[in-house]
Design a protein around this ligand. Structure first.
Ligand code: 3HC
Length: 319
């Protein structure tokens, strides 16, 4: 008698056994719908963040103070585009096309990181983004190199290598300004003051108010919680700020020997919700620019698809 196909319960038990054994899950594996949608949501929003994240720094490419700084910034922004492509490719292994993911971004069904809704007012912001925002991204992404979904974990390994260059170039930019003229030092301090708290918000709401963290950790999508990643980042950033000779805008920031970590002040979660809800300084601009670039690039996508179809099936596209 033909062996019956395993029922839903058996497949779910098999899935959980793979997760519990810390196995990588691959596109060919059976995945519960909720796991699939949770991973897709996170990878897609990560990809959207990488691409939208090109805008704040991209605005400074034509205004970089030297050819060296322009070349570094060009390389970084180009890397972010590549990170977005790796991540869209990882998301597509879950069965949703890139065009659909971009449509979900444009109609608000999917998000991108709140941090990119803040303006880059001076050249020092490029340094603060590199040092703080990419530093936070590395803290988060290093943990994600062990996420349970294979294509996502592998994308993270590649991305983390490039992020370390991003953080170092930002740190070095601020190092130069902090040792420059008094006006340059003030510019660097002003940028750090403006980017510090929004960077802490990047790690998401407190664990106690996170609707996804418990299940995400149970399925090893997330390997470290929002609060723990935030704490790791603060503990890393404090000595770096001291080395830069810049201060962090938190009067409650201090070493707590009992905890073995730095205590820090309260985060303005109302500001976080406002920005995530679309009412940040640059939300409308970021989506307007993204929509315009997507529309302007439609002909390139059509040409690439026609070329691929012609060379895949010469008869399919009329000469
Ligand atoms: N910005 C916007 N939305 C956020 C957010 C943020 N900083 N933090 C949380 N949210 C959203 C979540 O997406 C979720 O909304 P949803 O259900 O509509 O998706 C809601 O707030 C609840 O948050 P949770 O913490 O419960 O959600 P997650 O479990 O998904 O955790 C996360 C949030 C920690 C951001 C997680 O999704 C994650 O680790 N994502 C991958 C890393 C990432 O996306 N980083 C973004 C920056 S990319 C970057 O920095 C590029 C670098 O090169 C500069």
């Amino acid at each position: 008698m033909a062996q019956e196909a395993p029922g839903e319960d058996q497949r779910a038990a098999g899935f959980q056994a793979l997760v519990d054994a810390d196995h990588r899950l691959e596109p060919r594996d059976w995945l519960p719908d909720r796991y699939r949608s949770m991973v897709l949501r996170q990878i897609a929003q990560h990809a959207h963040s990488e691409v939208i994240g090109m805008q704040p720094e991209g605005n400074w490419i034509t205004r970089a103070p030297s050819l060296r700084r322009k070349a570094i910034l060009l390389a970084k922004v180009q890397d972010e585009a590549g990170h977005g492509l790796y991540l869209y490719a990882a998301a597509e292994t879950l069965g949703v096309a890139r065009e659909e993911l971009v449509a979900r971004l444009h109609d608000g069904r999917q998000k991108y990181s709140s941090i990119f809704n803040y303006p880059t007012r001076t050249w020092a912001d490029v340094g603060a983004i590199g040092w703080l925002v990419d530093g936070a991204a590395i803290t988060n992404q290093l943990a994600l190199t062990r996420t349970s979904y294979g294509p996502y974990a592998r994308a993270m390994v590649r991305i983390c290598r490039e992020e370390s260059f991003h953080q170092r170039q930002g740190f070095e930019l601020l190092w130069a300004l902090a040792r420059g003229t008094e006006a340059q030092r003030r510019m660097a301090q002003d940028a750090v003051d403006r980017w510090w708290w929004p960077t802490l918000m990047m790690f998401g709401p407190p664990d106690a108010r996170s609707p996804h963290t418990a299940q995400s950790m149970a399925w090893r999508i997330k390997r470290v919680s929002n609060d723990e990643l935030r704490q790791r980042f603060v503990d890393m950033a404090v000595p770096q700020a001291a080395a830069l000779g810049l201060t962090l805008p938190d009067p409650e920031l201090r070493w707590n020997a009992d905890r073995g970590h730095h205590d820090f002040g309260p985060i303005d979660w109302e500001e976080f919700q406002r920005v995530v809800g679309g009412d940040g300084p640059c939300n409308a601009e970021r989506l307007r620019v993204h929509r315009a670039a997507h529309d302007d690039g439609a002909w390139v996508r059509a040409a690439a698809a026609a070329f691929a179809a012609k060379h895949r099936d010469p008869v399919a596209v009329p000469a």
